[in-house]
Design a protein around this ligand. Structure first.
Ligand code: GDG
Length: 762
């Protein structure tokens, strides 16, 4: 800590300013870092340096910025690893990383196609615009989503390699929303925290994304999900409730999901106050004849409201000619994402508007707008902060906005005025700034006039209060505070974890209670028995049979077992009376009061038989032909991995050649009669036969399955029933409403349903 002594401070020189004494900064006390022994693994899209191509070999240059300033000491103190992309797709020619004894850097390799799709498209043309409320500018492109998820999986896998269950993994920002889930899948006991640097939008905007559900799955795999301000945290909680149906405790900031408690909170990021104050010590240039300076500093981005800001400046000179020649607006535009078309178009628009306004008002030796499209050294940037009389910070949306805070920190004499957009996260803290709606360019012009003519007393009072706030929350304290809460959240997540079945039951309870009966459809393999090497080894456990008997006797429950196996096989394996059995993917149905075989099946008996013989004749090692009456299955689970693809292709050809339809399950191909009938049809048939066409008003229907063939039923029940995918959340299912991890959780849920455990849940 390096408090500034007043003797080091130069007098203020802003035009018209009365001299306020520079306040010596009181030393700030940092909270003791929690668990300094626990190693830290930071995961971010980019490693904290850029590759500089000088005259000689390439070398790394440290990126400037508050985040690096905060994470470097935390990493150095605890020891750890920073995982990220180094900024080059040429993995073989990277300079040596600037590792130290305590901190290592680990590169995530990306191909140039991946950089384009994951970063250029999905991160910056889908998530970035949508999360900043530019809904119309949001690209929806399934190919880029697939690459985004694949790249996130790579980040997750490398983070898993670099950490252990004693480390804390801190994942950053919108490029990595799926990484927590991939990490959790690889390492279920990891302590994982996530921080989002941009806004989290309102539910109604977030849901626009076709991938809203898998993105929520991604984030909820963390123990702590942090945002800049409470509005974003609340938006996230609402999305957890509305997109996934999670139960949410808003007062505590907790979400139950997948058998874990996820903590959610607001952690407004700060800046590297010490560095800004240190660089602010030199006095700004003291020419009293200089025009007053209004300053804007931004990355070139349509969210930053630069064009609207220029219009506000134009209104100022239009409506207040007295400022002409006396005021200059300086805009620094740091080039950014130049490969994205929207950014190039914005640059053209800004160039034109600056040219037009300067053309309109310039006078001998004076132009109203000075505009530099380049980045500055931090020293030069702070010199500008020192020199500027007004900071004009008017983003249309901004997660936080650090420029506003840096400008405040640089005003060692408590002078200067900040005009700040109400749509920047920073506005929630910097309440003494002049707050504006950046779209109301006339009002921004009026506020600019007010700032330029503000009485010194008001300027000092406002800036002193702002500076106290900014000094109070330096980025190092922010990082320490976040990590401390992350530690507690990871402990919380492990303490009395609710079982996945209980979490799900709580979510379903209000819906279940609205009807007196529940129809439960259970797939067999992988849903009520674990997946095994060969289909004949999938034996039902005594405990599961007992649970099924209990369910069969529960008066409100109506349980069906549904399978791709033949009807006789499935009935023998389960052997519980009073249930409905649906075999051959829905082609055969038998149960109390029900017996159904769809028309036209008999005509295909011969095809199925002959296909089965031809499949056997393929003589693929390890492959197994299962004759199931109306259908035939071809299992390749025991076929050597290298031969599986070829075996599947050949088997598919054989099945098609015999006039049958090919469907795929987990390491199994099915040959079925080409009749439009599947598990989904069978479920709807059972429900409407038993409860009438208006069954949704009489009974609640739940479907649990794990296979691709179950997706058909998930889709059929969408909106009229509820579906549950059984398996690791990372494998996911787009069509199912919920997830349970394994057959044990399914049986637990079944027992809860049989005992009406949902009847009195909140
Ligand atoms: C994201 C969120 C959130 C700018 N020009 C130069 C330069 N900068 C530095 C500033 C400041 C940083 O870049 C910009 O930070 P912002 O907060 O304004 O914006 P984003 O880059 O969009 O950052 C944002 C932030 O993450 C942190 O969570 O606040 O809302 O969008 O530090 O000083 N630095 C140097 N030369 C320049 O020309 N050296």
């Amino acid at each position: 800590m390096n408090p500034i002594r007043s003797s080091e401070l130069a007098p203020p020189t802003s035009p018209g300013a009365t001299t306020a004494p520079a306040r010596a900064a009181a030393p700030r006390t940092e909270p003791a870092p929690p668990h300094p022994s626990r190693s830290l693994v930071v995961v971010s899209n980019r490693l904290p340096f850029t590759i500089a191509q000088g005259s000689g070999d390439a070398r790394f240059e440290r990126s400037p910025g508050g985040l690096v300033a905060a994470l470097d000491p935390a990493l150095a103190q605890r020891g750890g690893v920073w995982v990220g992309w180094p900024g080059s797709t040429d993995q073989d020619h990277l300079p040596a990383f600037p590792d130290t004894p305590a901190v290592r850097y680990r590169s995530v390799p990306l191909s140039s196609r991946e950089v384009t799709q994951y970063y250029g498209v999905f991160s910056n043309r889908t998530l970035w615009p949508l999360f900043h409320y530019f809904v119309g500018q949001t690209h929806v492109d399934p190919a880029s989503w697939a690459v985004y998820d694949r790249v996130n999986a790579r980040f997750g896998a490398i983070a898993a390699e670099e950490s252990d269950d004693d480390s804390l993994v801190w994942i950053h920002d919108y490029q990595l929303l799926r990484a927590p889930l991939h990490l959790r899948a690889a390492a279920p006991q990891r302590r994982i925290a996530f921080f989002l640097h941009i806004p989290f939008p309102a539910y109604d905007v977030f849901r626009v994304l076709p991938w809203a559900r898998p993105l929520m799955h991604g984030l909820l795999a963390a123990d702590l999900v942090g945002f800049h301000v409470s509005d974003y945290a609340n938006h996230f909680l609402t999305s957890a409730e509305r997109v996934l149906g999670c139960s949410v405790d808003r007062a505590r900031g907790e979400v139950e999901w997948d058998g874990r408690v996820v903590s959610v909170g607001a952690f407004p990021i700060g800046i590297d106050v010490d560095t800004i104050e240190r660089l602010s010590v030199p006095a700004p240039s003291a020419d009293v004849d200089q025009p007053a300076m209004v300053l804007g500093v931004d990355r070139l981005d349509y969210t930053k409201g630069i064009h609207e800001r220029l219009l506000a400046v134009e209104h100022l000179f239009e409506r207040h000619p007295e400022h002409r020649r006396r005021v200059v607006f300086t805009q620094i535009l740091v080039p950014s994402r130049e490969h994205v078309a929207e950014y190039r178009a914005l640059k053209r628009q800004i160039d034109e508007t600056v040219g037009r306004i300067n053309g309109r008002f310039s006078d001998a030796g004076w132009a109203p707008i000075r505009y530099q499209a380049r980045s500055l050294s931090t020293v030069d940037l702070v010199a500008l902060y020192r020199r500027a009389d007004v900071a004009l910070v008017t983003p249309l949306r901004d997660g936080m906005n650090l420029v506003a805070k840096e400008y405040v920190a640089a005003q060692l004499e408590d002078d200067g005025v900040v005009i700040l957009s109400e749509f920047a996260g920073a506005a929630q803290e910097l309440q003494e700034a002049l707050i504006v709606n950046p779209l109301d360019t006339q009002a921004v012009a009026t506020t600019l006039h007010r700032a330029l003519t503000m009485a010194p007393d008001e300027r000092h009072a406002r800036m002193a209060a702002l500076r106290d706030r900014v000094r109070d929350n330096p980025v190092q304290r922010w990082a320490g505070g976040f990590l401390a809460v992350a530690e507690r959240a990871a402990e919380r997540a492990r303490r009395d974890p609710p079982s996945p079945a209980d979490t799900l039951l709580r979510q379903l309870a209000p819906w279940l209670r609205e009807r007196s009966r529940i129809a439960v459809f259970l797939d067999y393999d992988g849903t009520i028995t674990p997946i095994v090497q060969r289909p004949d080894l999938a034996i039902l456990s005594d405990d599961t049979r007992d649970a099924l008997r209990q369910a069969a006797h529960a008066p409100e429950l109506d349980v069906s077992i549904i399978s791709g196996r033949g009807l006789g096989d499935i009935r023998d394996r389960v052997g519980v009376a009073g249930l409905t059995y649906i075999g051959n993917h829905g082609f055969e149905i038998e149960g109390p009061g029900l017996s159904h075989h769809p028309q036209g099946l008999e005509g295909y008996q011969d095809n199925v038989e002959r296909a089965a013989e031809a499949l056997t004749a393929l003589e693929v090692p390890g492959a197994l032909v299962e004759r199931k009456g109306a259908t035939v299955s071809y299992h390749v689970r025991e076929t050597p991995e290298g031969e599986r693809r070829d075996a599947e292709r050949r088997a598919g050809d054989v099945i098609r050649r015999h006039g049958l339809r090919v469907t795929r399950g987990k390491m199994v191909l099915e040959g079925r009669p080409p009749i439009a009938w599947g598990k989904g049809h069978a479920v709807l048939y059972v429900l409407s036969q038993r409860y009438g066409a208006e069954w949704p008003s009489r009974v609640r229907a739940l479907y649990l399955g794990d296979d691709t063939t179950d997706e058909d039923a998930f889709r059929s029940l969408r909106g009229i029933g509820r579906s549950i995918y059984v398996g690791p959340a990372v494998a996911g299912s787009h069509a199912a409403d919920f997830t349970l991890p394994d057959p044990a959780a399914v049986i637990q849920l079944l027992r809860r349903l049989a005992t009406r455990a949902f009847a009195d849940l909140d």
